[in-house]
Design a protein around this ligand. Structure first.
Ligand SMILES: [Zn+2]
Length: 93
């Protein structure tokens, strides 16, 4: 996984696309919530959640119960994928 040094104000804007947690994380659908086991986030992103605008997005890499690297908002528990402006995936597997 390529590490991008922190560039304040220099990094390209990312397009955030909400993902269905079912496709991202192995878990159990339980009424209107989706329960997953422990999911480790590796760090906070510059971006805030575009849905609730409250939570700073956390980068969640692929791991045992995570199928796709994604961004996660602890505030509203939404998952997002990130694309560069040209449409390429910003999060490497
Ligand atoms: Zn949120």
């Amino acid at each position: 996984m390529k590490r991008t040094p922190e560039l304040r104000g220099e990094a390209p804007a990312l397009l955030l696309v909400e993902l269905d947690p079912v496709t991202v994380i192995d878990g159990e659908r339980c009424e209107d919530t989706y329960l997953a086991g422990d999911v480790a986030a590796v760090g906070a992103m510059r971006e805030f959640c575009p849905a609730c605008r409250q939570g700073q997005l956390q980068l969640v890499p692929r791991q045992d119960n995570v199928r796709i690297a994604h961004l996660f908002c602890y505030h509203c528990t939404r998952c997002f994928g990130a694309l560069f402006e040209d449409g390429t995936q910003a999060l490497c597997e």
